[in-house]
Structures are given as C-alpha cells and as structure tokens.
Design a protein around this ligand. Sequence first.
Ligand SMILES: Cc1cc2nc3c(=O)[nH]c(=O)nc-3n(C[C@H](O)[C@H](O)[C@H](O)COP(=O)(O)OP(=O)(O)OC[C@H]3O[C@@H](n4cnc5c(N)ncnc54)[C@H](O)[C@@H]3O)c2cc1C
Length: 384
Amino acid sequence: MTAHTQIAVIGGGLVGKAAAVASARAGFKTVHIAPAAPEDRRTSALMQPSVDYMRAAGLLDDPDASGVPLRRIRIIDATERMLRAPETMFDARETGVDAFGWNFANTELNARFAASGDALADLSTRQASLSTASRDGALWSLELDDGTRLTADLVVGADGKKSRVRELAGIGVREKVYRQSALVCDLDLGRALDGESVEFHYPNGPFTLVPAGGTKANLVWIDLPDTLEAARADIETLKRALLDKSQHLFGALNPLSASFIFPLSSLSVERAGKDGAVLVGEAAHAFPPIGAQGLNLGLRDVANLDRCLSAANPAAWGWADGVARSYAAGRKDDLTRTGLFVDGLFTSLLSPHLPAQALRTAGLWSLNAIPALRRRAMAFGLGQ
Ligand SMILES: Cc1cc2nc3c(=O)[nH]c(=O)nc-3n(C[C@H](O)[C@H](O)[C@H](O)COP(=O)(O)OP(=O)(O)OC[C@H]3O[C@@H](n4cnc5c(N)ncnc54)[C@H](O)[C@@H]3O)c2cc1C
C-alpha cells in the first residue's frame, strides 16, 4: 500500500530542513525527502529577524554560541571610475541594536537544523530524490528515485534553483545568468575585523570580507570566472591577489581552507505556490550573494509557510490548496521587492554606463549625508 503523509518537503538544503521542522512543529505529519549532498562550506550572514525566527522555531538557541556578530558594514568604492562613491559605513547602533545579525558557518546551521528535526515525532526523513509527481483531485502522488511511492496533501519544493517541484507544478520561472561567479574561502587576516564586514566594490563585482571571529574572515569574491580561476592557480598567486584586492588594509590574507567557486544567476517565479504545492528558498528566488539576502529571504518563506499552516484546517477537503494560495499571496510583495533591490544593486555596480554609475554614487552620497535615509536603508536590508 502507498504510504500517505500530510506534507512532503523536497530538498535537504538549509531552507528544506527549516521547512520540514516548521511543518512538523505545526502538527502536520511530514516526510522530508533529502538526498545526500556535499558539505556546504559557505557561511551565511543572517539578520536579526531571521535569528528571531530561528529561535522561535526551535532551530537555534543562542546565536552568540554559534555565530559571530555583525556590527558594522563598510563599503569602499574601488572602481577608479570618474564618478566614485564616498566610503560608506552602516553601524547597527544607529538602528538601536548592537548587531545587524550574525555570521554562521552553514555546516553549523545544517547540524543544528538537523538536530531540531531529529527531536520531532511527526517528522521522518528519506535519503532520496523526487523523480516525478502528479496530482489527482486534492492528492499528490510522488515517486522517489529509490522506488518509494507516497501520497501527500501538500508538497513543499525546497529543491533549489533547478526545482523539480516547480516544473511538476507548472510554475513559470525567469532566470538570468550572470557572467560573474563567486569564490568563497576562509581566511586569516593580519588584523581583526572586529565585527565589521568590509565590501570593496570593483567593476566586476564586490570583494567582501565577513568577520568570522578574531582575525578570521570569510571571503566572498565576485568576479569573472577566468579571473577567479587564475587567482587560485597556486597558493602564492592567491595570496598576492587577496592582498591586492583588499588594498593592503588588513595585512597578509592567508587562506585557511580550499576555495569554492559558485556560478551566479538570478531567478524569480510567477507565483510561489499553487494547486497544493509551494516553493521556498532558491526554488522560488535566487540572486547574487550581495547584501546577504538569499537565506534570509528563504527563512522568511518558511516563517510565512509556518503562519499559513497554523491557520489551516487539515480536516477540510483541499486544505493544501488554501495553504498554497495564501502562501503565494503572502510572499508576492517581499519576493518582488527583494529581487528588484538585489538585482538593481548588482546591476548598478557592474554597469559601464555613466547614468547608472551617477545614480549609484548619488545614492551612496545621500546615504552618507542623511541619517534618516541611512536608517531606512538599514531597515530594508534587515527585511523590515
Ligand atoms: C557564495 C554565496 C554566499 C552566500 N551568502 C549568503 C549570506 O551571507 N546570507 C544569506 O542570507 N544568503 C547567502 N547566500 C544564499 C544562500 O546560500 C541560499 O539562499 C541558500 O543556501 C539556499 O538554500 P536552499 O535550501 O533554498 O537551496 P539549496 O541549498 O540549493 O538546497 C536545495 C537542495 O535540494 C536538493 N534537491 C535538488 N533536486 C532534488 C530532487 N529532485 N529531490 C530531492 N531533493 C532535491 C539538493 O540536493 C539540495 O540539497 C549565499 C549564496 C552564495 C552562492
């Protein structure tokens, strides 16, 4: 006999784990379909609202125990263009808090989210991939690549940029592939960042050092793939490139880990849910890693799903359709404005055109000069 579950969450990344925990904690029998995946060696800057949600949802206890506080963000225009922006500093204290958020290792978050899931009786996990699915009436029939079949009322697609759930649910997607990639690695610096994230804005993308405690930092360097590959040809070449890119401000930058390169694209969907299926995380939205928005937005998806599930009546026929409808309506504005914000920020930085450069420079001048505007921009960055 085919097993039945109320909710099937597809995808074992951080957003999938968080969604599976939220579904089971909301009282729904949940199966998490999560194939084995390579270790995620990135780090995530998660803002205060995301941390508040993780704590309320039982995903994290004390952020200071596992993350490093982000107190300031410094932007340095390193473009050498005719219209250059002034150096701009955002200080969390201006918004009345001590830190914008915390920088966490994804390995740490993955371990904590998995431990939260292990403690829930209504949650079971299958280490498999979704092969195919179809919907008959109000029920999804799923087939996994290990031959398992199951039915579910609600399917949660947390299966990343190439989402199979999105395709099977017939949800339209727009994708833009950038010429740039991002190189990440862990570094030891000549001097501590002391809670300050430093972004050097170069014409091909930012070079960002995120504090990781003491003299440690996590690097996110966005540039053309050939440049990144050439820079990591050998350790001495990489060290010279890092010193140069950081404008010698932090002494020698010594890599503490291997480097990983991620191709960059942005992605948006026509709607985030329909017909008993919802999309969360990169299945619904993706953009370049600037302004630390991706996982923060993914956790806001999960928080919204959580609210929709709490309001649902699982005894009513077709309840999952109602959840998909209210979830899609609830996510529409946030997904649109965050996507426009990150894409606009990235495009204006890369643009070779003078009007776009002038606009960006004027924007940073205004942020520097007008504290109220700066506070509004910081609140927006926090997702408020
Ligand atoms: C370099 C870099 C730095 C970043 N830094 C930050 C940051 O500081 N702050 C921030 O907020 N965001 C950041 N992001 C964005 C953030 O990492 C992503 O938004 C987040 O990891 C997306 O998680 P996800 O679970 O949605 O997707 P993924 O992590 O891609 O997980 C999708 C999962 O689905 C699985 N899957 C795929 N197909 C199937 C299938 N058919 N069946 C079952 N499972 C399937 C995959 O195996 C995978 O495990 C960064 C991104 C990059 C590239």
